[in-house]
Design a protein around this ligand. Sequence first.
Ligand code: SF4
Length: 456
Amino acid sequence: MIDHAGNAAAFNRDKSFAEWHNETLWHVRHKRDMARNGVVDWELLREKASAIKEHTLANLHDYLLEFEKNALRNGWVIHWASGSDLHNRIILDILSEENINEVVKSKSMLTEECGLNVFLEKRGIRIIDTDLGERIVQLAETPPSHIVLPAIHMKKKEIGELFHKHLHSAPGSEDPEYLTRVARENLRIHLKNAKAAISGVNFGLADSGAIVVCTNEGNADMGIHHADIYIASMGIEKLIPGKTELPVFLELLARSATGQPITAYTSHLIKPPPGKTYHIILVDNGRADILSGNKYGEVLKCIRCGACINTCPVYRRSGGYSYGFTIPGPIGSVLAPLKNMKKYHALPFASTLCGSCSDVCPVKIDLHEILFKLRYDAVDAGSLSMAKRLMLFILDQVLYRKSLYSILGFFGTRLLKYLPSFMVYHRFNGWGKSRDFPGIPDQSFKKWYKEEIKRG
Ligand code: SF4
């Protein structure tokens, strides 16, 4: 079971690091705001994007078949994967058939979700992540801590040491330009010699059977164009009806993610060039269950921009690893318990419910409302700890009984005033760890209110 509060406490032990992490993410959020302010019809675009996604999800079966038909006509090889095991197995079979033992990969949260790297490495196939951030976390042998900025938790010094160890950069260098050049030179060797390339998919266009891949470093394009075999891993929710709808999402995606007007590379892959083989794996892995559950189907509108993560005060102060799930932040706190409530029941509580995530979401997912409802689900599923259940039971008894509430309110607050502080602030009282109890007034609110009424 994931103990988010415990993980967050560990993250906050290094106060200056926690503050730096918070400020770094806030800077990205600020850039997003600037970019958003430059678009007059931003809210209209959000409405449109949300409506397009809702429509596509409501007709997903038909759009998937249309996409498959058109992609087949274009010469793609289509595979369907119900889960992560099958997804990984399909990729292994494709690579094994061609005796390929090294593959380059451009960032794909879906392959992270499916645990592809570990799966292939165990079977003797080397996988090289080619996005700079992904490469950094791969060399550090850690997962990404953010869906758009995978190495956001690492400082320049740490990256310099990592590159020195693995890529033989000059010792002690922290210069981002130099380190990027070192990474680029190394990655180019892999990209140019790759026999196979894998990438995620940002959008699948049903009307043409094409896919769209958005990157900032051009690594996906380079890998795809050098390799003889290209494999696109695509979650079934990535579909949109077609090219008419695409600009709506391209306007929103980069601005929401990094504050850029558009990603540096927006590649449309329509058909394989002569002599090359292009595969698409359409992956369900629990998505159909979320959709058919009806209750939270709207989470599948997500375009993985990361804006909700950057703005979340809990994420900024607890870091990506505290969630223990591939996708952190508010969207991860929704997706994780939908996959496994028992394991991730703490995540819906890892939120202040301030609503900032819903405000910035470009496809208008009501994230904080869903998080709130998931708390009820966690209680109904009996997933809460004994201590929390006991606390809720006591609260339930007190709040439903007016007289008990009044008596306890009167004596409890007065008693608190005289209690020695160690009885309020101790390790069993999580509430008091980072808060001061407000001063208790001499007069109760009830009494004050009655007097005010009398006074007129
Ligand atoms: S839930 Fe919305 S804000 Fe969060 S990653 Fe998805 S699209 Fe972006």
